[in-house]
Design a protein around this ligand. Structure first.
Ligand code: SF4
Ligand code: SF4
Length: 301
């Protein structure tokens, strides 16, 4: 059994839960317009083209069996027809300049665990562990469950990050074995949620209620996106709903940012938004609304 991983980050932090290694699994049912990991959305490996490194030598054009790479007359040195690219990855080795790569590599649980265990000293000294995120970890039920069990057999704390949309019976069982849940809430308005993430929020909110019955601590991760979920009304509704949870640890407020925008072009996607982060004053006001419902917040994770 193998899982498809698009990133492994050593030394990541979840405040209060020590130094961690985060495993990012590929595949997500949501299409949030602000997503900072667009390379994690698709379930399968996909071709990454880094135009800054491309010298325009044309070697990849000759290699591509589908004939979907062509010299460009303006902008980037080559253009790739993503509609027709099969992600066969045959072009990668033809590029001596590292302009072509894969987002997504397959690992067995043991291969991943060999990487995870290298940081065991940090986990012990800081009270940290492993975070399994994505993409959406609950879409890889068997793999995620096997990885959780391997870590826990070795006394490593496991947090699982979930968007809450794909939680069927099996996924529920997987999440029930985690030590900590990081649960993404994008907003309370079903119509705006559908417009901006591609799915309604009803299932996500009802799954959160179900998971709350597991008595596992939950940290809510809430991106703050201007025009989507940042009005007083939006925040009041979220605070009211979250205040009913029994196992809520806190809400992490993630201010809007554009750190992932460069990756959209690398996989042939467009980034639609043109927004600015919320001001420190507004973040403070939002924190105060949550505080009125006795909910702890912090900026970032
Ligand atoms: S991944 Fe395959 S189909 Fe796509 S550009 Fe490269 S060689 Fe062509
Ligand atoms: S082989 Fe690499 S450097 Fe040459 S044109 Fe293709 S992507 Fe650019």
């Amino acid at each position: 059994m193998k899982g498809i991983v698009f990133n492994i980050v050593h030394g990541s932090m979840v405040d209060g839960y020590g130094i961690r290694t985060t495993i990012f699994l590929k595949g997500c049912p949501l299409r949030c317009k602000w997503c900072c990991n667009p390379e994690g959305q698709k379930y399968d490996p996909e071709l990454r083209y880094v135009s800054m490194l491309c010298k325009g030598c044309g070697k990849c054009i000759d290699i591509c069996p589908e004939g979907v790479i062509a010299m460009s007359k303006e902008g980037e040195p080559v253009i790739i027809d993503r509609e027709r690219c099969t992600n066969c990855m045959k072009c990668i080795d033809s590029c001596f300049f590292g302009a072509l790569e894969t987002f997504g590599e397959y690992y067995t649980v043991d291969e991943l665990f060999d990487i995870i265990r290298r940081d065991a000293t940090y986990y012990k000294s800081s009270g940290g562990g492993v975070t399994i995120g994505g993409g959406e970890a609950s879409m890889h039920t068997d793999f995620t469950l096997a990885l959780i069990r391997k870590c826990k057999e070795n006394f490593i704390h496991v947090a699982v990050d979930t968007c809450g949309y794909t939680i069927n019976e099996k996924a529920f069982q997987v999440l029930s074995e985690a030590d900590l849940l990081l649960y993404d809430i994008k907003g309370m308005d079903p119509e705006k949620h559908l417009r901006d993430t591609g799915v309604s929020n009803e299932l996500i909110l009802s799954n959160l209620k179900k998971l709350d019955s597991l008595n596992i601590p939950v940290i809510i991760r809430m991106p703050l996106i201007p025009g989507h979920n940042d009005s007083d009304e939006d925040i009041e509704k979220a605070a009211e709903f979250l205040s009913t949870l029994k196992n809520l640890d806190r809400v992490d407020l993630m201010n809007y940012h554009t750190f992932g925008v460069i990756k959209y072009a690398q996989i042939g996607k467009n980034y639609e938004l043109d927004l600015s982060p919320l001001s420190p004053e507004r973040l403070d006001e939002i924190g105060q609304i949550f505080a009125r419902y006795s909910i702890k917040t912090q900026i970032g994770g």
